[in-house]
Design a binder for this molecule. Sequence first.
Ligand code: ATP
Ligand code: MG
Length: 434
Amino acid sequence: MESRSYTADATPGETVTVAGWVHEVRDLGGIAFVILRDTTGKIQIKFEKDEMDEDLVETGLGVHRESVIAVTGAVEEEERAPTGVEITPESVEVLADADPELPLDPSGKVDAELPTRLDNRTLDLRKSEVQAIFEIRAEMFRSIREAFRDVGCTEINTPKIVATGTEGGTELFPITYFGEEAFMNQSPQLFKQLMVGSGLERVFEIGPIFRAEEHNTPRHLNEATSIDFESAFTDAEGAMDVCEEIVIAAYEGVAENCEAELEALGMADEFEAPEAGFERIPYEEAIDRINATGELDEMLGWGDDLPTEAERALGEEVGEHYFITEWPSEIKPFYIKDNDDDETLSTGFDLMHPRLELVSGGQREHRHERLIEGFEQQGLEPEAFEYYTKMFRYGMPPHAGWGLGAERLVMTMLGLDNIREAVLFPRDRQRLSP
Ligand code: ATP
Ligand code: MG
């Protein structure tokens, strides 16, 4: 379609060719309207039956909903039309017929359950409020990339097929690699750390992570997108500063550039970027505050991971993004550095949205001997990770970083109930296709 115009650009006085989907056919007798929809919006096509060529009327009004058509005609002002303009067609071409029976109603008049929507994602994404999620997701990545560049990061891509997992064990998907066992990577953790010892020093990656988690929850995927940061000569505080900046940049980009999409989601009025200066709550204080809410059946003790209800109770109290810092060393992975003054404490932190965890990060153990000890304590064989540990013998600077779940960021930003809403084709226990 060489000379195709978007419906949003149709200006009275012009003759244009628009192309898109038949959103609706409204036949009022002597006059009828086809509402044509494209990626920019909708436009009304007017058919005056007595005054127009019979074939033209027949073609225009005979199409099934959701068929793809191209219409050429004059654009005129029309107050009563939904967008204030309409097209009087000179020609109508049917480019692709749609079956009269649709598995999903893209006009949104008939609600569909999430599984039906995901099975028919193409049709589902014809709805402006669904399309909006993915336009916002794209803008979020654009502004995040820009913000990373502004703080001196180089974007990297690391392998997703690996010989060993990051933290070993149960969450790995095994695959066969030319007859050998290999795995889908669960995190770029070890690779991004290797880059802080390279000349790059400060890196970020946006890429898939694969986790064979058995549970099916509204906030877990088996293939997710991780936004990873890692920087030499940075401690946990510095990493949290960057984390805060990136999250705020994502919100600001969306607030600035996604007005129409926020409108489509009905959140244009209330949408706001969080304010800088997220509270940093030490783990010990966090469990005290959670226990004090009285929301939990059982009191939390030192060393407990925070169950979902605990995260929610504290989230409700804080009411905004916040960090939990100084986690017990014993519940953080081997590559997280311990606190210099108290080995029972780690430099690990999580960024929490009031609803759920968004980020885990920390300063890393960069001392070779300590790192090897950490592997052993976690029951991992350091030999299997030699490609990684070896580099810690050749000048690995102190460093810190974090990983942020992209879908969780979209989910919390837009108040989506289910993380699957933030992925085109989610992978979960039931879903391997489409
Ligand atoms: P959770 O405890 O919520 O399952 P986690 O602590 O296992 O998450 P990390 O290994 O800390 O996850 O990963 C860093 C971030 O990546 C998480 O904070 C989250 O935003 C995201 N993430 C991790 N696993 C998943 C998953 N299965 N689906 C979607 N996002 C995930
Ligand atoms: Mg975590």
